[in-house]
Design a protein around this ligand. Structure first.
Ligand code: NI
Length: 209
């Protein structure tokens, strides 16, 4: 493609990325009660986060959100080839879950790939095992991943590198806490310390008894 065309495509990509980031940020503000309009049920409904999914776990088993009913899901979307952000976030999740002690057993840390083409069941199995013994890794076909990402307002896009066959994937780096009925509880931004994360989760667990 020519240079002008490439620039147009780059510009459109940036606009979409910014729009999605603003949207995700707004969802975060509303979900956490920050920002104006957090009390609006109409807005809260408009940014509903989460929903049904059907994916394959690190043992090759097909699982849905129903398999996690009764437990809290601490969900992160990423990919195993991610050079920095994903490993940091997953490590923080593992530390936070352990910091909760016994209460942490009510929380299932879940990694969902946004790169199903490379993240096979075997890749995911090795990856999650490196972070936490109870971490669940989920992959699936392109359509299933697209669907669950959309439900969680997760933006992701492959970044082609013409110099190599490898590629990076741009993606949203929020960590979602979902309640025992699959309902949205809160989300954590990138760089939230494991201590703060554990503290917030502990409060939510205590509130629910
Ligand atoms: Ni990543």
């Amino acid at each position: 493609m020519n240079r002008q065309m490439a620039l147009v495509i780059a510009a459109i990509t940036v606009v979409i990325a910014v729009a999605l980031t603003v949207f995700a940020w707004r969802a975060y503000e509303i979900a956490t009660g920050r920002g104006e309009g957090s009390g609006s049920p109409r807005l809260a409904a408009a940014v509903k986060v989460g929903g049904p999914f059907e994916l394959i776990d690190q043992t090759g088993r097909t699982v849905t959100e129903q398999d996690f009913k009764g437990t809290y899901m601490l969900i992160y979307f990423g990919y195993t080839f991610c050079p920095d952000v994903c490993p940091t976030e997953l490590q923080d999740i593992a530390v936070a879950v352990d910091a909760l002690g016994e209460a942490g057993e009510r929380v299932t840390p879940i990694f969902i790939t946004v790169d199903p083409a490379r993240d096979t069941v075997e890749m995911i199995a090795d990856y999650v095992a490196a972070f936490h013994p109870r971490m669940v890794g989920l992959t699936g076909d392109e359509e299933s991943i697209k669907k669950v990402a959309k439900a969680y307002r997760v933006y992701y896009a492959k970044v082609d590198d013409e110099a190599s066959s490898d590629y990076l994937v741009d993606h949203t780096s929020f960590i979602y806490l979902m309640g025992p009925d699959g309902e949205f509880e809160t989300l954590f931004r990138y760089n939230t310390s494991p201590e703060d994360m554990a503290e917030s989760i502990r409060e939510i667990l205590n509130d629910r008894g």
